[in-house]
Design a protein around this ligand. Structure first.
Ligand SMILES: [Fe+2]
Length: 460
């Protein structure tokens, strides 16, 4: 059989291939009907190897160990029929096998091989977008799309989704104009493309175009997108981030309560959104009430999962805030894991992530000097934990705040000079710099920074 991009697929019927195609299109759009569509596919062909691979991927993508264990069953089912499938499909089986061993690099290599020979393999490309992102490799986030780009054109069904993937990779590597242009085009082609909405939001965020970012997200979140899955919460998180930047903290907290917080969700991205927004708000002096406690309840049973270093650094935030014993156990668990295991998580932990989690622990337990001593030497490696610039920015802000609170004012000044140099429209950075310069007795510098703060505040 052939799929909608002309790729050979081993399945019982064309109807099963078409149902799988529809499932992948839902996945690309972050739609909320991925599960039912995959179920339809499996009903049409219970031995569909690529569908079993995709189901296994989904279990891993949920970012919870209990679900990752279920991916093993899908791998076994895929392997049972792997002898009859194409070499491309076998690469997907190999990728799932690697992922089941928590070897993200191995999975990435298999998808790269599939994409090299089959540049229209949009599933492999989307998975590469995920692993390059969480392995902190923004160049490959961009280049994995670039390597197949000549094969894509606007008559192909997933072309718009490829545009938004390309846009996000460009944004994360600093090509903001091109990213904005491609993401806007992807959205015009398909307003259901949440990744296009997201890429535009990232361009506005990194450029500190607060009004434009807020207007864009309000338009996209209210105008459509009702069919999006939990990724919708991440878009709301971006919205809350803009409000926070505008010092509209009450509104950011209201968004958290009414449009982000999902008591039923255990998805890692939702928890990362929640924890990082609360930490940002708290660092800005906002009282977050008992919100840490409910988050701590959600994550304290997950201290030994160690699926993504990025996630553990976020799990540390609520635990260290209100359950320091559990937070210490998380640190010990990371130590034990990286000393006894040899997978992607362990290598990232050794390089930086263990220190990052320790720094979060120190900050949240009021040991600001320790936070600075732990984080400052490794801050240039934080990108290795993965995530976007916007997501990792919480750690940059935390180091600045820790330096201020520990009395390391010259370090705080240096970090803030760096920040306003990279982001000259960042109101909060200019504002904080004003405070630090004042504390250091630099009256002229403080006046100048205060003027810059007011200037960028009103220029938005
Ligand atoms: Fe984002």
């Amino acid at each position: 059989m052939r799929d909608s991009h002309g790729l050979e697929v081993t399945a019982a019927s064309q109807a099963a291939v078409d149902a799988f195609d529809a499932t992948i299109m839902s996945y690309l759009a972050f739609a909320n009907d991925i599960g039912p569509r995959l179920k339809d596919t499996m009903t049409l062909d219970p031995d569909f190897v690529l569908a079993h691979c995709f189901k296994g991927y989904l279990f891993h993508l949920m970012g919870a160990k209990s679900l990752a264990a279920r991916a093993g069953k899908e791998l076994a089912l895929a392997q049972a029929h792997a002898a009859k499938v194409t070499s491309r499909e076998r690469l997907h089986v190999k990728a799932l096998e690697s992922w089941c061993h928590f070897d993200l690099q191995g999975a990435t290599n298999a998808w790269e091989a599939a994409a090299r020979d089959h540049p229209l393999d949009v599933l492999a490309l989307k998975m590469l977008h995920y692993t390059h992102f969480y392995m902190g490799n923004s160049h490959n986030l961009r280049n994995s799309v670039g390597r197949v780009w000549p094969a894509w054109h606007d008559k192909l069904p997933a072309y718009g989704y490829m545009l938004s993937m390309r846009a996000f990779g460009l944004e994360e590597t600093g090509a903001y104009d091109e990213a904005l242009s491609l993401a806007t085009r992807a959205y015009e082609l398909n307003p259901n493309d949440a990744w296009a909405v997201h890429a535009v939001a990232h361009v506005h965020e990194i450029r500190d175009q607060r009004d434009a970012g807020l207007a864009w997200l309000e338009r996209c979140l209210t105008g459509g997108g009702k069919q999006w899955n939990n990724f919708r919460y991440h878009l709301v998180w971006h919205q809350a981030l803009v409000l926070h930047e505008m010092e509209r903290s009450d509104q950011a907290l209201a968004l958290y309560d009414h449009a982000m917080w999902d008591p039923a969700s255990d998805e890692y991205l939702d928890l990362a959104n929640d924890t990082s927004l609360l930490l940002r708000l708290e660092m800005a002096g906002v009282s977050v009430g008992d919100r840490w406690q409910v988050l701590a309840e959600k994550v304290k049973g997950r201290k030994d999962e160690h699926l993504l270093a990025f996630v553990d650094a976020h799990f540390m935030m609520p635990l260290a805030a209100v359950e320091p014993d559990h937070a210490e156990q998380l640190l010990s668990s990371i130590d034990a894991y990286m000393d006894t295991t040899d997978d992607t998580y362990a290598s990232v932990s050794k390089a930086v992530a263990r220190d990052l989690s320790a720094a979060v622990f120190a900050y949240q337990t009021g040991q600001f000097e320790s936070c600075v001593e732990t984080l400052e030497p490794v801050r240039s490696l934080v990108h290795l934990v993965g995530g976007s610039h916007a997501q990792r920015d919480v750690f940059a802000e935390m180091l600045i705040e820790a330096a201020v609170k520990a009395g390391g004012l010259t370090l705080a000044r240096s970090l803030l000079y760096e920040r306003v140099s990279a982001r000259p429209r960042n109101f909060r950075a200019w504002n904080r710099l004003t405070y630090v310069l004042r504390q250091l007795g630099d009256v002229d510098g403080a006046l100048s920074a205060a003027r810059a703060a007011q200037d960028v505040r009103h220029k938005i």
